[in-house]
Ligand binder design. Structure first.
Ligand code: ADP
Ligand code: MG
Length: 745
């Protein structure tokens, strides 16, 4: 009755209560907890055990065989402390549990004599072994149940016996034992009382989740191991739900504030390409040198449908390396252009910008757009390149043409974001290799649309948001993507163009094994193919990296690749030199490109069939997968050689995984496994929003459920006005800016 009538406590209230309010928690302990990041009762309650000792599964001493590990509840009959010959203290107990007796020995733990005087009843957790033919337990874990001077109190007995003991990741450094943390938690649970449960009851029942109060108790003070399972599930759900709700709200806030351009395009244009006539998109597709894959067709249709729709597009196009994202992006860019708008394609590196602008120019060459000012009423579609290396005069010209609308598609790097770049009417922004860009840059580029000349002409605030398509080749598992990019819809290219053969991958840890790699490079180059050699990662600046690449080129030219035409590519080269190096490699003047990781993303030279990665153990899985993706881009056989030994077990696992599979999604799972999830979430998640219990791998079903509930709740109640407790709780996990953005009304 008392529990029911007391007001339920919100998480915010728990955040506001410092741990020092707990009994027995003095300044010193509080400081130690502080070092573990635990300051409030909330922090304490969300410090979860990482395993449990099941002391309830205690055994009878008479049943134990030598070698068994068990928990026994026994009474101390005799305690003796003595000094062994080597000077160490020895505490010896004779204990009996009513079925049999055993000797318990502690080395170097003199306090045991005081802790366990004759008459004490305790749980001993350890292994039964023998010494000189006698059964004994050495250095067991001990939990005193009834101290020698405790009265035989039923309550003490109940609390201290037959329980599951949670084990916390305590740190010896700060001088706190798992026992102490457990003790604090037990008290915190008791004092916290009933917790507010902001998850609507109907959902709780539908998902079969237990109440929060019970979950919190059962995870810290479980009556049985079985009880910890639904407890963990409920609390993990809460973590994922808060996250998803924040993402869904964020998306709603973006949409509420947005005015979309309804692009003049229809998904039918993908299905019915019309040679000669038709829309720009149709003419473009009809002119492609290959047939689209089914996956490309579907992705394009989804994108074009959304572009034509009433809401601004926020979409993630995910496709493994080589799956053909560029052409999908181009269709989207042209869909904007055919309605009289412009498109921007932003990429992370100059090499990639250069390559894309070449590829785009080649693919759209011959296409024209209406221009009433011209004789004949049309002009060629115009594609421009803008990077930080673009010269002053060229840049001035580009600025003018972007503002007047004479440029239809611009490909560029971060340079697109600078203030002096203005558009006539920016209709779509495509960002390639999204993982290299932050959310702010995404927003910055979008703002360019709101500030377009056309938008401003319509009056203040009239600007519409350009559609947004972000592309990533980083094969993020769906569950992780839901967390990282939960505010974007996703479309996946899950099919490679036909005829692709998996890249044969060889790990060559020794110099002898390397010989095959160099032989392969020579053979393939002799056949007119190309090879990449990626230099070892070196610590230090770009400059240091560049110097080492130059040295590596010299070493190879005098050694294993003597006589071959080698080219060099690194980030420090002037843009013109980079362009020249890429062009010579593309046309085969140089057969081998010795490069730093600048070739990691996007580089597309179909004739390349060999990728050699030096000192591969130092690269991450995602990076290796990207590098390997530079070959195998045609129907010819390709090879990837990973050179050098693995210095760590993780490196060895990474390389083994690379050899075993070319499937990016599988590799991403391995990567997640090896790195742990903290890292993947690190950038996005701060402080309180960390997933402490939830695992993106194990709790995929919970994540989907959380998403569903979040969509439903926020869909019916976008400001969470009818769910004040929920709103309050979400706010607790947001940083102030995000909070202001989501709850501005
Ligand atoms: P990514 O998804 O890695 O960006 P790209 O768009 O660079 O892939 O495409 C990889 C290669 O496949 C390019 O050489 C491209 O011309 C080619 N390609 C794309 N789509 C197809 C297709 N449907 N059939 C054959 N080749 C294709
Ligand atoms: Mg690409």
């Amino acid at each position: 009755m008392t529990a029911a009538s007391a007001p339920a406590r919100s998480l915010r209230q728990l955040v506001e209560i410092p741990v020092t309010r707990l009994r027995g928690l003095g300044e010193r302990k509080a400081k130690a907890l502080g070092e573990l990041g635990i300051e409030s009762i909330f922090d304490l309650l969300t410090t979860f055990p990482f395993r449990y000792i099941d002391r309830s599964r205690r055994a009878d001493l008479a049943d134990l065989a030598v070698g068994d590990e068990a928990v026994v509840l026994a009474t101390v009959r005799e305690t003796r402390a003595r000094r062994a010959r080597n000077g160490r203290t020895l505490v010896e107990l004779a204990v009996h549990d009513g079925t049999a007796g055993v000797k318990v020995v502690f080395f170097n733990q003199p306090w045991r004599a005081r802790q366990l005087p004759s008459g004490t009843e305790a749980l001993f957790f350890g292994r039964l072994d023998t010494f000189r033919g006698r059964r004994q337990m050495t250095n067991p874990l001990v939990d005193v149940v009834i101290g020698a001077d405790d009265v035989d109190d039923e309550e003490v007995r109940r609390r201290r016996t037959l329980r599951i003991v949670p084990v916390y990741r305590a740190s010896g450094k700060v001088g706190l034992s798992s026992w102490e943390i457990g003790g604090f938690l037990e008290e915190a649970i008791r004092r916290a009382g009933v917790l507010e449960d902001p998850l609507p009851d109907a959902w709780r029942r539908e998902l079969g989740l237990i109440a929060r109060t019970k979950a919190m108790r059962d995870i810290h003070v479980p009556g049985s191991i079985r009880e910890t399972v639904p407890a963990r599930r409920r609390l993990a759900f809460d973590e994922l739900f808060r996250l998803q709700l924040a993402l869904v709200l964020r998306r709603h806030a973006l949409e509420a504030d947005a005015r979309a351009i309804r692009h003049q395009v229809s998904p039918r244009e993908v299905v019915e390409p019309a040679a000669g006539g038709g829309t720009l998109v149709q003419r473009f597709l009809a002119g492609l040198p290959y047939r689209l894959t089914e996956a490309q067709r579907k992705a394009m249709a989804a994108i074009l449908a959304e572009m034509a729709g009433p809401l601004p597009m926020h979409r993630l196009l995910q496709g493994d390396v080589g799956s053909g994202k560029t052409v999908v992006a181009l269709a989207a860019l042209l869909a904007a252009v055919q309605g009289g708008h412009q498109g921007a394609l932003m990429v992370p590196t100059e090499v990639l910008a250069e390559q894309h602008s070449l590829a785009v120019a080649a693919l759209v060459g011959g296409l024209s757009v209406p221009d009433p000012a011209r004789l004949g009423g049309s002009r060629p579609l115009s594609v421009a390149l803008l990077t930080n290396r673009t010269g002053v005069a060229e840049r001035a010209r580009l600025r003018t043409d972007l503002e007047s609308g004479d440029i239809d598609v611009v490909v560029g790097t971060h340079a697109l974001l600078t203030d002096d770049v203005r558009f006539h009417s920016l209709g779509i922004v495509v960002i390639d290799e999204q993982h290299r860009f932050g959310v702010e840059q995404r927003a910055q580029l979008r703002d360019k649309g709101r500030e377009s000349v056309v938008a401003r002409a319509e009056g203040p605030g009239a600007g519409a948001d350009p559609d947004l398509l972000v592309m990533t080749a980083t094969p993020i598992p769906r569950t992780a993507a839901m967390v990282l990019f939960g505010d974007l819809d996703m479309v996946v290219l899950d099919e490679l163009p036909p005829g692709r053969r998996p890249v044969e991958t060889v790990w060559a840890p020794t110099p002898d094994a390397e010989a095959e790699a160099w032989w392969r490079v020579r053979t393939e180059v002799a056949e007119g193919r190309r090879a990449f050699v990626v230099c070892p990662l070196v610590e230090g600046s770009e400059r240091v990296q560049a110097r080492s690449a130059t040295e590596e080129l010299e070493r190879l030219a005098e050694g294993p690749l003597e006589g071959l035409a080698l080219g060099l590519l690194h980030g420090q080269m002037p843009a013109a030199d980079k362009e020249r190096a890429m062009a010579r490699f593309r046309d085969g003047t140089t057969g081998v490109l010795v490069a730093t990781t600048v070739v990691e993303v996007g580089v597309d030279v179909p004739e390349a069939t060999v990728m050699v990665v030096e000192d591969a153990g130092r690269f991450g899985i995602a990076q290796l997968h990207q590098l390997r993706g530079r070959v195998g881009r045609s129907d010819r056989a390709s090879w990837c050689y990973l050179l050098g030994p693995a210095e760590t077990p993780e490196a060895s696992s990474r390389l083994a995984a690379m050899v075993q599979t070319t499937d990016g999604f599988e590799l991403a799972e391995v990567d997640l496994e090896l790195r742990g999830e903290g890292t993947i979430l690190g950038a996005r998640q701060k402080g309180r929003s960390d997933l402490k219990l939830a695992s993106l791998r194990r709790d995929a079903d919970l994540l989907e459920a959380a998403r569903r509930v979040a969509e439903s709740v926020a869909g019916q109640d976008p400001g969470l006005a009818a769910h004040p407790a929920l709103a309050d709780e979400i706010r607790l996990f947001l940083d102030p800016e995000e909070e202001a953005f989501l709850f501005k009304s």
